[in-house]
Design a protein around this ligand. Structure first.
Ligand SMILES: Cc1cc2nc3c(=O)[nH]c(=O)nc-3n(C[C@H](O)[C@H](O)[C@H](O)COP(=O)(O)OP(=O)(O)OC[C@H]3O[C@@H](n4cnc5c(N)ncnc54)[C@H](O)[C@@H]3O)c2cc1C
Length: 391
């Protein structure tokens, strides 16, 4: 496994450990994910057997310490795995991304020793999934305007409110959601926000039916509601009133992971287009002989490469303990633009077949859009970059 906290050597290629991990996940994606994911996608099913195999491979434990059942790797290792999975399928990649960076990471970073010991080993093994509930029907980008409330009644939190678009919140493996809630009156113009772990099945906690989505069709997404939901005071994750700062930190890191996922989708478009351009004949020759097709593919390769360098750089800074907010936003913006542009170009290379669900590029087209929205819209990334430049 990659050594803990050693920055990836961006300019001189990957270390042997990182390269081995990347190759192992690439092989897994080709041999285990690719053969079955199209059917799950069309049926809009959560791919349980694929997620179980990802757990056995140790992917859910990649960036966690061995004390909680993890592999002792780092966040860059997770990103490499996400890129390789997303080259084949983004629903599987987002299930891992959300399970690790939104489900388990807040507990690892901020949870009490009791909460970490109780939940993390099941998350790092992939036996269970946790979800992260920040977005609400009335607040997404403006996350600080959330309305869900939690008040202390003796040694119990009483939670009321609702959440929207929560990934991994309704699978058979889901064991809790960490909920961001207002826990006290505003001081300095902003309400006191804290995060509280709510186990699945707690009375009053209702998971709505899964959304019907245009993409990520094997990923699990639900709205949630909380009606006088009571959990122990000890389910507070981190310090009371620190919820806002905590989720900003989690989302900064998550942007690098989403950038890796977008890079994988962009690269998957290159892989599929090169293969198809060599096979497909028109006017007595492979369409890859036409310069118009070559240029489409060359531009795709340039975008995927640029996106990869951007996320390698952001991850490298993060692991070195340097500021990385601007670079993470640049990576996420670059990779989601690359994914969208490449999905459009790849479906063009495939002609009419690009519009058929039978081919992966159709899935790539449907899956790319959400990368411009989830974990901070492209407008938010631009705002973060501009703010970091002093504007
Ligand atoms: C499939 C999926 C899975 C998700 N999973 C999760 C999850 O697990 N947990 C979770 O908490 N959330 C999750 N989300 C929510 C996601 O993070 C939000 O959708 C996203 O942050 C945008 O919020 P919104 O949808 O409310 O859009 P809004 O905030 O209403 O934005 C609408 C538009 O207005 C723009 N806008 C808003 N404010 C500004 C501004 N100040 N300046 C310029 N433009 C602005 C936005 O960029 C966007 O174009 C998920 C979303 C999806 C689609």
């Amino acid at each position: 496994m990659p050594p803990e906290s050693s920055p990836p050597p961006v300019r001189h290629g990957l270390s042997p450990e990182y390269a081995q991990l990347r190759d192992t996940v690439a092989q897994f994606a080709r041999e285990v994910v690719a053969p079955v994911i199209g059917a799950h996608y069309e049926a809009e099913e959560f791919p349980y057997e694929v997620v179980a195999a990802m757990g056995r491979l140790g992917l859910f434990g990649l960036p966690f310490g061995e004390d909680v059942g993890g592999m002792g790797g780092d966040y860059f290792a997770l990103c490499l795995a996400l890129e390789e999975l997303a080259r084949i399928d983004s629903s599987v990649a987002i299930t891992l991304e959300a399970g690790v960076s939104l489900g388990a990471m807040p507990l690892d970073r901020f949870g009490s020793p009791e909460l970490r010991a109780r939940w993390l080993p099941r998350l790092t093994s992939g036996e269970a999934l946790g979800a992260f509930g920040l977005t609400e029907p009335g607040s997404g980008t403006d996350a600080g305007a959330l309305r869900t409330s939690a008040r202390l009644d003796g040694d119990t939190w009483v939670i009321n409110g609702s959440k929207a678009f929560i990934t991994n919140s309704g699978t058979d493996l889901t064991e809790f959601v960490t909920v961001a809630a207002v826990t006290g009156p505003a001081t300095g113009g902003r309400p006191e926000i804290s995060t509280i772990l709510v186990p699945s099945g707690t009375p009053g906690f209702v998971v709505a039916p899964a959304y019907s989505k245009i993409g990520w069709c094997c990923s699990d997404t639900h709205g949630l509601s909380f009606d006088d939901v009571r959990v122990p005071a000890t389910n507070l994750v981190g310090d009371r009133g620190r919820g806002y700062a905590q989720f900003l930190q989690i989302l900064d890191e998550g942007r690098i992971a989403i950038a890796a996922l977008g890079t994988g989708l962009a690269q998957g478009c290159v892989d599929e287009s090169v293969r198809y351009a060599k096979e497909r004949q028109a006017f007595g020759r492979p369409i890859g002989d036409f310069q118009a097709v070559q240029f489409l593919v060359a531009d795709m390769a340039a975008r995927a490469h640029t996106a990869r360098l951007a996320y390698y750089d952001a991850a490298s800074r993060m692991l070195a303990g340097e500021p990385f907010k601007r670079e993470a936003a640049i990576a996420k913006l670059t990779a989601s633009d690359a994914a969208m542009a490449n999905a459009r170009a790849a479906t063009q290379v495939f002609g009419g077949y690009g519009f058929m669900n039978e081919y992966p590029v159709g899935r790539f087209y449907r899956d790319a859009k959400v990368l411009e929205v989830g974990e901070g819209t492209s407008e938010v990334q631009r705002m973060l970059i501009a703010r970091d430049l002093g504007l």
